[in-house]
Ligand binder design. Structure first.
Ligand code: HEM
Length: 165
């Protein structure tokens, strides 16, 4: 077999380099694609994550409270401000919204589940969770509010039996 000429060697090298470059470009493009898919997946997961399910909270470790305990913590006299949603008690003291002169001061020290479902700050809907049948859209509203509170305020207890007062 004859020895390959310099020109053949050069052509061969160029072909190899070209193949390598094409491979690198392809690999780069597919890694971008993979990164895009990953980002998309994370975003989809974030979108589809349902509101935290109260049943999945560490229920056993939560302090059992009564509606009376919640009512006593209405921000008056330097007390903390508690509100209950779906029988879970949130400490909302950190927010100005529930101070007596705040926009939602009427909620301080109450179960506000039905009010949130109805988007209504009237006192007539306070402390009614478990005593009325809520339409589906109001349940959905209430659940998204639950998520809102859950991400912003500590859950400090749960109501044992909201009828106790
Ligand atoms: C004209 C009508 C309303 C306007 C313009 C309004 C406006 C606002 C705004 C701007 C916030 C955000 C406050 C913040 O991020 O600090 C807020 C929060 C809130 N709104 Fe309203 N709102 C209205 C009616 C209502 C009604 C009827 C309800 C009854 C359930 C309600 C319940 C709430 C609650 C619970 C919060 C969360 C407060 C917190 O803990 O940060 N809002 N509202």
């Amino acid at each position: 077999m004859e020895n390959i000429s310099i020109s053949q060697f050069l052509v061969g090298s160029i072909i190899l380099v070209a193949i390598y470059v094409v491979y690198q470009i392809f690999d780069y493009r597919s890694s971008i694609k993979r990164a895009e898919i990953n980002t998309q997946q994370v975003q989809n997961e974030e979108k589809t994550q349902s509101p935290p399910n109260p049943e999945k909270l560490e229920i056993a470790s939560l302090k059992l409270m009564t509606l009376k305990d919640v009512k006593q913590n209405n921000g008056q006299g330097g007390k903390n401000v508690f509100v209950a949603i779906k029988n879970f008690v949130f400490d909302v003291t950190s927010s100005d919204s529930y101070k007596p002169d705040g926009p939602y001061g009427v909620f301080a020290g109450h179960d506000i589940s039905i009010s949130l479902g109805k988007m209504n700050i009237s006192e007539e809907f306070l402390d009614m969770y478990g005593t009325v049948t809520q339409p589906e859209d109001e349940i959905a509203n209430m659940n998204s509010w639950f998520s809102y509170f859950y991400t912003r305020y500590p859950v400090i207890g749960r109501l044992d039996d909201k009828k106790q007062d």
